[in-house]
Design a protein around this ligand. Structure first.
Ligand code: TA6
Length: 302
């Protein structure tokens, strides 16, 4: 069965040996299992009752990423706190299973909706693709208002890793990033970004694909002598539309994890956020106009 609607909180989409779970609350994808292996991180203290944005998965940031001086909306806007509608299964064939969700102002909590009083419709499309196994998530933004408005958007993906200290992110070299902790712009020098303390960076206009890998140690034997050898193993390959060319890399690290109510103390070791989005500059959308951005994540077989 490509789609299971039996749970009142979420939809389960299946294709080949892959499954994805998408909550109606926030249209937050909380699980992507490929060949029995979970690729998405959800905090051990995540709140899943619809009273708070889910800590983990792929929360959607809209109508803005982060906090914006000119907006009274909370950080990352309202899409992740809204009740989305399951539109249906649009594709179901040998290559993919695709489910579509939508959001209009009616699904937004009233106290948030009144802070952003514009007509809009969002479509969030989740596809499971095969050979190789990939997850495609796409956000389409439509202005249904009679006035122009502007937005930024981001797919705030938390990937599950075994040990953050062994993880690297490639594809960001020579890109300028906004470093949130120091509030400065810096050019990335490293060909493989590693995480050994808090990292909160918005890489702007990333050209190609982004690769997440992991350092592994294996014991090899040569001439009867055993050696420990280290090597890099690919975990995920992330491609993105040219409309979503910014990439945020975030791990809050130990101290902040302890201070965050919905994050387990040790959870920072088990995730890396690599978030594809359009965070700068704001995109203007006139009446009747639409915009779309997407990511395609490939689960690399070990
Ligand atoms: O995308 C990175 C970021 O903006 C960080 O600055 C960090 O605060 C994170 O998102 C989580 O934000 P949240 O509002 O979910 O606590």
């Amino acid at each position: 069965m490509p789609v299971d609607l039996s749970n009142e909180k979420y939809v389960v989409l299946s294709h080949d040996n892959a499954h994805a779970t998408i909550y109606y609350y926030g249209a937050t994808l909380t699980s992507w299992v490929v060949e029995g292996k979970e690729r998405i991180f959800v905090s051990s203290k995540a709140i899943l009752d619809g009273s708070k944005a889910i800590r983990g998965g792929i929360p959607l940031a809209f109508p803005h990423f982060g906090t914006v001086e000119s907006s009274k909306l909370p950080q990352h806007g309202f899409a992740r706190n809204s009740k989305w509608t399951f539109v249906g299964l649009t594709f179901e064939n040998a290559n993919e299973s695709t489910a579509v969700f939508s959001l209009t102002p009616e699904g937004v909590p009233a106290e948030l909706s009144e802070l952003w009083p514009f007509g809009f419709k969002l479509f969030y499309t989740v596809s499971l693709l095969s050979s190789p196994a990939r997850l495609r998530t796409s956000l389409r933004v439509v202005n249904t208002d009679s006035k122009e408005w502007e937005f930024t958007a981001l797919l705030h993906t938390y990937f599950k890793v075994d040990d953050i200290t062994k993880v690297g992110v490639s594809g960001l070299q020579s890109t300028t990033y906004f470093d949130k902790p120091t509030q400065t712009h810096i050019t990335e020098e490293s060909s493989r970004v590693t995480i050994n303390s808090e990292v909160d960076r918005a890489y702007l206009k990333v050209r190609g694909e982004v690769l997440v890998d992991q350092l592994v140690t294996a014991t090899v034997e040569r001439h009867g002598i055993k050696f420990n050898e280290e090597g890099l193993v690919g975990l995920l390959k992330i491609r993105k539309s040219s409309s979503m060319s910014d990439v945020v890399v975030w791990n809050l690290w130990e101290e902040k994890a302890k201070a965050m109510a919905d994050m387990g103390d040790e959870d920072y070791l088990r995730y890396i956020c690599v978030e594809v989005g359009a965070v700068e500059p704001f995109i203007k959308l006139g009446p009747g106009e639409s915009w779309e951005g997407f990511q395609i994540v490939e689960a690399i077989e070990e």
